[in-house]
Design a protein around this ligand. Structure first.
Ligand SMILES: NC(=O)c1ccc[n+]([C@@H]2O[C@H](COP(=O)([O-])OP(=O)(O)OC[C@H]3O[C@@H](n4cnc5c(N)ncnc54)[C@H](OP(=O)(O)O)[C@@H]3O)[C@@H](O)[C@H]2O)c1
Length: 264
């Protein structure tokens, strides 16, 4: 109980798994959550480096799932909240199943801000805490063939800066990790394996997580992973939205990748 305590969502794979592993290495006890049973095997990895780990399997798109996670913390003071769970969905918006699209919104936005509110209030009362939100450079550009997802990340990027400003001088810091395309289960889960962005070389999730963790510990406002992504986001800031939307089409349109790679 003397160790610092972190909550990491989406810790079963990709960036969240690496964030939780770094927290464990850096001496945090952990409460980790994901929706599927793979979170149990991930937890073993974190225990291996000496963390006390509690696991919650819940759909964080729902307020019930977030309530279950928060109840499991059982009042233990949270030193760091790494709100990372999220997913995307490829294909044209009119061709998507509405429930699937809503699940993207409810996971990336509704569940995330509900958890941040619950944990953030407790942190503000203590006058201490660190919040890391996984946004994305996708939030800087209209996401043709990923329209809902990019919109949710624009929300997260914006929300993070606003909350940071609101919590100035409270002892609670808010940091936004903005990765570019990263080698995780994300693109397969979003049914984007046949797209250019799904097949191109991507960043290593361990490197991305390290950048995010260090930025959170310093209390920085944001961190964009990698120089190419930094350049891309700087250019996006001065490029008309219509041009960005057409650029996004080229990388996310179904079939924009190579057919051979898609079959693998
Ligand atoms: N990969 C990229 O290129 C990229 C770029 C920028 C930002 N991001 C962001 O990075 C974050 C992590 O994604 P990733 O790339 O690491 O993908 P990933 O490997 O698919 O990991 C996503 C994690 O989030 C969890 N999750 C998703 N929906 C959930 C829900 N409703 N309830 C509970 N857990 C849920 C997943 O657990 P289950 O499998 O159990 O659902 C998994 O642990 C996301 O917020 C994503 O938007 C990714």
């Amino acid at each position: 109980m003397n160790k610092p305590f972190a909550i990491v969502t989406g810790a079963s794979s990709g960036i969240g798994l690496e964030l939780a592993a770094i927290c464990a290495q850096e001496g945090f006890d952990l409460l980790v959550a994901a929706d599927r049973p793979e979170i149990e095997s991930a937890a073993e990895r974190f225990r291996h480096v000496g963390a006390d780990v509690t696991v919650v399997e819940a759909d964080l798109a729902t307020t019930e799932g977030v309530d279950q996670l928060w109840a499991t913390a059982a009042g233990r003071p949270v030193d760091a909240l790494l709100a990372n769970a999220g997913h995307g969905q490829g294909h044209g918006f009119l061709d998507q199943d509405f429930d699937d699209a809503r699940h993207v919104v409810d996971t990336n936005i509704t569940g995330t801000i509900y958890l941040v509110q619950l944990v953030g209030r407790a942190m503000r009362s203590r006058g201490k805490g660190r919040i890391l939100l996984t946004g994305s450079i996708a939030g800087f550009m209209p996401g043709t063939y990923q329209a809902v997802y990019n919109g949710t990340k624009a929300f997260v990027d914006s929300f993070s800066f606003a909350l940071r400003a609101e919590l100035k001088d409270t002892g609670v810091t808010v940091t936004c990790l903005m990765p570019g395309a990263t080698e995780t289960d994300f693109f397969e889960r979003a049914d984007m394996s046949d797209t250019k962005v799904g097949q191109d070389a991507k960043d290593d999730p361990a490197d991305v997580a390290r950048l995010g963790f260090d930025a959170m510990m310093r209390g920085d406002g944001d961190v964009v992973s990698g120089w190419k992504n930094k350049l891309q986001s700087a250019i996006a800031n001065v490029t008309p939205a219509g041009v960005l939307a057409e650029q996004h089409r080229k990388m996310a349109e179904p079939g924009s990748g190579s057919a051979q790679k898609a079959k693998r």
